[in-house]
Design a protein around this ligand. Structure first.
Ligand SMILES: NC(=O)c1ccc[n+]([C@@H]2O[C@H](COP(=O)([O-])OP(=O)(O)OC[C@H]3O[C@@H](n4cnc5c(N)ncnc54)[C@H](OP(=O)(O)O)[C@@H]3O)[C@@H](O)[C@H]2O)c1
Length: 204
């Protein structure tokens, strides 16, 4: 599968490494344009490509990996969504690393807000609970699988992201729809930042 990333920072690069290891192709995009991504693409190796935001967003599955403050303007700058899956990996923090403050998203989960800003996309909340070192670490530790949480309103999109993450080696737990599951896994929720392992192989 071809996975697009909107944002090509630490988080998108970690996802790209994992996806490349699992045999997928990844089109990374950022704000400054494809030329600025040459070194990153070289480091990621075969299967990684620099793309415009529009090219990345046209992939069947797209990771949103921009800082929270940039989410509205980034989504507004993209072409109309045509049913692609949009993985919301964001966490609602203002500012930059080291100086984060939690953003107020009102009465919505972050993914509900993103779904409202990206009509036509099938939004799935995933991977936001994994910090970069966790995403880069082995998904299987002493036979136990790292747990990845997902929340979604669209059943087909949920299944596809579940398959992607299972293919990475994770044990996937579906938490519910974008509102209920989203609130559990987003920053401030009980599963935010949790790095859990599941023993046994329920995928056999
Ligand atoms: N870092 C983590 O451990 C981690 C873990 C889970 C979730 N997350 C979430 O993932 C998101 C990204 O975090 P990060 O650590 O990867 O941040 P980062 O390293 O600062 O990277 C941000 C990326 O977003 C791009 N960007 C900003 N505005 C954009 C726009 N309008 N259009 C396209 N690209 C744009 C930047 O492009 P330029 O470089 O061209 O400006 C950069 O590539 C955040 O919401 C964060 O909460 C991070």
């Amino acid at each position: 599968m071809e996975i697009g990333t909107i944002g090509a920072g630490a988080f998108a690069q970690a996802l790209a490494k994992r996806a490349l290891k699992a045999g997928h192709k990844v089109k990374l995009s950022n704000d400054r344009g494809p030329d600025s991504l040459r070194e990153i693409i070289n480091q990621l190796g075969p299967g990684a490509m620099a793309a415009t935001k529009e090219e990345a967003a046209a992939c069947e599955m797209v990771l949103l990996a921009v800082p929270w403050d940039n989410v509205p303007s980034t989504l507004a700058s993209l072409p109309k969504w045509k049913n692609q899956i949009l993985i919301d990996g964001t966490n609602p923090f203002h500012g930059k690393a080291g100086k984060f403050t939690r953003a107020d998203v009102g009465n919505l989960s972050t993914s509900q807000l993103i779904a409202a800003l990206a009509p036509g996309a099938r939004v799935v909340k995933a991977l936001n609970t994994m910090i970069v070192p966790t995403l880069e670490a082995d998904p299987i530790v002493n036979g136990a699988r790292r747990v990845a949480f997902i929340s979604a309103d669209d059943d087909g999109a949920k299944r596809q992201v579940e398959n992607l993450l299972t293919g990475f080696g994770y044990s996937v737990i579906y938490l519910g729809n974008l509102r209920d599951g989203g609130l559990i896994q987003q920053a401030g929720g009980p599963l935010a930042g949790r790095n859990l392992l599941e023993e046994g192989d329920r995928h056999k």
